[in-house]
Design a protein around this ligand. Sequence first.
Ligand code: C5P
Length: 206
Amino acid sequence: MMITIDGVAASGKSTVASGVARALGVPYVSSGLLYRAAALSGLEAGLPLSDARALLAQLGQVPVRLEAHPEGNRVWIGGVERTADLHASEVDAGVSTVAGHPEIRRWVDSQLQALPAPFVAEGRDMGTNVFPAAPVKFYLTASPRVRALRRAQERPEEASAIEAALIERDRQDSRQIVPAADATVLDTSDLSAQEVIDRILKAVAA
Ligand code: C5P
């Protein structure tokens, strides 16, 4: 059964998607990593991230490959594994511009739709645009402060700087971050990752 988990930046989507996928014995797919790979590839080629055509040409020349595993996704750019580089602050700052191009969104969507179902799909528009027929859809939120404190454990920057960057990224992503009408919206501010995973598994079993 396809499951979609969408939500705002740093709402815990990947951790939760991985936990749900492992419990169900299926892969999970982090769509944000494909947008991040497109941004990193463009940045390293010295392209302006506002230039959709140049970005698309770059993606045609230097292929991006995502491998979905229940415990984590791995991404190769031009045959070199770059997973660890996809959460650099430069990528955080540029990725929304890249994701704003309809051409790039189509590139991501076609890669996702080519993957063998079922899996847990995680992102911003999995339940609305990419897998609208998924029977179980969740949408995760959390306060900016809580999200920044969670991210501060994985990033070198101060929580206050991370919080400002998250609020700005949500603003830039606002077109993409609308919950599906049939999604369950869950505020995870006061929930542990395991509690969120358990709620989703309960909905899957219902
Ligand atoms: O989920 P993550 O924070 O890694 O996503 C990185 C960026 O990719 C988001 O800020 C957004 O700009 C873009 N994105 C998107 N649609 C998705 C997933 C991610 O536009 N389904």
